[in-house]
Design a protein around this ligand. Structure first.
Ligand code: ADP
Ligand code: ZN
Ligand code: ZN
Length: 749
């Protein structure tokens, strides 16, 4: 009798099942199992042995779900690394890694839908029947050639397939972006047909790359030689507009033409469609996108298709694309590698997609390209120590000139009476001048909503969330007070419940109020706003971005969202309404973050020939971050910050493990946290900090306490984690503490 250790989307590492006689199973296979009385799950076979487990009633595997292994050996090792490193179970990794349809929740065998595992279809295009005639197409090409050269090019391609007697052309064989093909369908040239997909068709289609500039060529040569010298990871610091993507493309082309797979990670889902289009123009249908905003059906089909692919795939996605079963992974590109959103903070596994990419590529014997205008200090330190290869690309491609950066002193403006409605006079004048010339302006404000707090001018009462220890934010459009932590909202009060006065005043400043302020100051101009309130879906997001790109708005006000990767040719001024809260946040990464964010925002100004301008409003004019931003001196920032991190033992000179304890009753929670901290101190001494209550110490009705563990570089992190694991399971034996939620976050952001 054979037994299989099987991973289920549950807390234990693996579960044992017996394998019925005659059932062929291999590691990495997806199987259906019954667990408990009425739960049916998809499980992954992790290992097989003939050793009988020491308990009696071992259930057997119901059936195999998929004709081929779902995971390759590399993925299995990667899952194991992730569970171990980020201190979670394999089941939690599985929950994250597999698209939802592969692991349906079912209460009976019949209910468990297996449809998804059947072969999906392949998308092909063919000429509409009226055009399936060579002379007619030739004539049409001549007719439209001048006016619509790209359409003519597609027709020419279709014609050559037609001449070879191939009527239906797989979408992947057509190296054009989807938008173009869609207009061809709408114009009645082409139609879509679907046929059963033939897996394993090796894609042979030529592609032509843009010619690198001399500066880009130099970087390409550097990267190639560092790869040839056996360095796995290469960090590219390239300023905005230097053409990092063009450089990645050279390496992508090399990998796919020898049949390898490429994974291209982006921090933000919203950026994928732009990049997909750009890469599709060169690589055609080899390009696949994968992220959480796609339908479950699409994601599942992609996952299954890739598990059978013969290689040559280019997958573009947000961090979760790291789990796709690419069997020939040879290159991972991590663009904007410094971005915080590579870290998953809200649920296990609390992984960092960038760090995981480095591990995965090492396991697969591939390479990693990390790119950023402002690399994370962690990656930069690795470059300085020689662990990573390193190149710089500090000139913009083409004619584009870097923007001029001006610091506008809010305190001085106030003193001189030169500040109106959150705008210093010089910013206001600059906006007027740009708008008068028909140019566009972007304004960055860190907070969304109208005004972060509503306060009574008489007694000081302010409206707070009943579940979380924070003030509610006023959202004027919705006419609601809203909690940004739990979403709780209530009506805007007309008078103070405490002293009955109506003198309620708005404190602070968010994007919605900024939008109003701009309308007031520039009534002739139109304003758009981009934040998580206006871009509730990918469509809403794209429509705002699209409208601004077409010039349908003169000013775009927004949060972080406006800072990422967009190329608006007509934007010549970027204003930062308040840089203070960026620089003053009580986080050891505050200066690094402020530098990255301000540099990134500045990069949005004047991406073309026209000189752009950036105006930063602040009352912290002496803060060194501003000097570094103004001179674009990344190295000075890095030197200074790294010295400070070293002096205080922060990453990259140590590793942090953050423990968050949550529970509804404060006294029990505090007692448990104090006890855990004491036990940790017995083992780790001065490496333990806390317990402390965070600034927002109650969320969704639960109190929060944190303990931080700082493990210096020289000592073994793995050993420390083992001690921590043992202590946590000891804690879990005390019955009254079992109720307390303990979240472990390795390398918190
Ligand atoms: P980055 O990602 O570094 O900000 P991009 O890769 O987006 O820069 O390049 C900026 C612009 O310059 C893009 O519009 C890109 O098409 C163009 N560009 C860069 N390098 C080349 C090249 N070698 N040939 C043609 N266009 C290029
Ligand atoms: Zn009051
Ligand atoms: Zn709340």
């Amino acid at each position: 009798m054979l037994y299989a250790e099987i991973v289920l989307p549950l807390a234990q590492p693996t579960y044992t099942f017996s394998i019925p006689q005659g059932m062929e199973l291999a590691c990495g296979d997806a199987v259906l199992v019954q667990f408990g009385q009425r739960n049916y799950y998809t499980g992954i076979v992790w290992s097989i042995s003939d050793k009988k487990p020491d308990y009696k009633r071992v259930k057997s595997v119901v059936r195999r779900l998929y004709s081929r292994p779902l995971l390759a050996a590399e993925q299995m090792r990667f899952w194991e690394w992730m569970a171990d490193y980020y201190m979670c179970s394999l089941g939690e990794v599985m929950r994250m890694a597999l698209p939802s349809l592969i692991k349906p929740k079912a209460q009976s065998e019949e209910e468990f839908s297996q449809e998804i595992f059947s072969t999906p279809e392949e998308h092909c295009l063919r000429l509409m029947s009226v055009w399936r005639d060579e002379p007619a197409v030739e004539q049409e090409i001549l007719r439209i050639e001048r006016r619509a050269p790209r359409r003519a090019e597609v027709l020419r391609d279709m014609l050559s397939f037609l001449r070879r007697g191939e009527c239906e052309v797989p979408r992947y064989a057509l190296p054009y972006d989807s938008a173009l093909l869609l207009t061809m369908r709408r114009a009645g040239y082409l139609e879509s047909v679907y046929r059963p997909r033939e897996y394993g068709s090796v894609l042979h289609c030529p592609f032509s790359l843009p010619t690198p500039s001399p500066a880009q060529q130099r970087v390409i040569t550097q990267i190639r030689s560092s790869q040839q010298a056996g360095t796995t990871v290469h960090l590219l610091r390239g300023i905005t507009g230097s053409g990092k993507t063009e450089i990645y493309m050279q390496f992508i082309a090399e990998v796919v033409s020898r049949g390898g797979d490429v994974l291209f990670l982006l921090p933000e889902i919203a950026l994928t469609s732009q990049l997909v289009e750009r890469l599709e123009r060169v690589f055609g249908e080899r390009v696949t996108s994968y992220h959480s905003k796609l339908t479950a059906q699409r994601r599942t089909e992609t996952f299954l298709r890739l598990s059978q692919s013969e290689g040559g795939e280019i997958v573009i996605g947000a961090r979760s694309a790291i789990f796709l079963p690419l069997k020939h992974l040879q290159l991972v590109v991590v663009d904007e590698e410094h971005d915080q959103s590579y870290k998953q903070s809200d649920s296990a596994p609390r992984y960092n997609g960038r760090d995981a990419a480095v591990v995965l590529a090492t396991m697969c014997g591939g390479h990693v390209l990390l790119g950023s205008a402002t690399p994370s200090l962690e990656s930069y330190a690795n470059a300085l120590s020689g662990k990573y290869g390193y190149s710089e690309l500090l000139e913009r491609y083409g004619e584009a000139v870097p923007p001029r950066i001006v610091i506008s002193d809010t305190r001085r403006a106030l003193k001189r009476g030169e500040r109106r409605g959150h705008f210093n006079l010089d910013l206001k004048q600059a906006i007027s001048a740009r708008l008068a010339r028909g140019e566009q302006v972007m304004l960055f404000q860190n907070r969304r909503g109208y005004s972060p707090a509503l306060q009574c001018g008489d007694c000081g009462w302010s409206m707070r969330c009943p579940n979380c220890n924070v003030a509610l934010t006023l959202h004027r459009n919705k006419q609601r007070m809203e909690c940004h932590y739990c979403g709780h909202n209530e009506a805007v009060p007309s008078r103070c419940p405490n002293c009955r006065t109506t003198a309620l005043t708005m404190m602070g400043f968010g994007t919605e109020k900024a939008e109003d302020a701009v309308r007031e100051l520039f009534p002739e101009n139109s304003v758009l706003r981009l934040d998580s309130d206006t871009s509730t879906s990918e469509r809403a997001y794209n429509s705002i971005i699209g409208a601004f790109a077409r010039g349908e708005g003169d000013v775009l006000v927004g949060t972080q969202m406006i800072t990422k990767g967009f190329d608006f040719a007509n934007v010549s001024l970027v204003g930062i309404l308040n840089a203070d809260n960026l620089m003053l946040s009580p986080d050891f990464r505050a200066s690094e973050r402020a530098f990255q964010l301000l540099t990134q925002v500045a990069g949005r100004a004047g991406r073309r020939e026209r000189a752009g301008e950036v105006i930063i409003q602040t009352s912290e004019v002496e803060n060194p971050v501003l000097g570094w931003v103004r001179s674009g001196d990344y190295e000075a920032m890095a030197r200074c910050e790294l010295a400070e991190r070293e002096a205080f033992g922060y990453p990259p000179y140590s590793r942090l493990v953050a423990l968050t304890l949550r529970y509804a009753e404060a006294p029990l929670l505090r007692h448990a946290a104090a006890t855990l901290a004491k036990r940790l101190r017995e083992r780790f001494g001065g490496r333990v900090f806390g317990p402390v209550e965070p600034y927002v110490n109650r969320v969704r009705g639960e109190w929060i306490v944190q303990i931080l563990l700082k493990i210096e570089h020289r000592s073994s992190v793995a050993k420390a984690k083992n001690i921590l694991r043992a202590l946590l399971s000891e804690m879990a034996e005390v019955s009254e503490w079992r109720k307390i939620k303990i979240i472990v976050d390795v390398d918190p952001q």
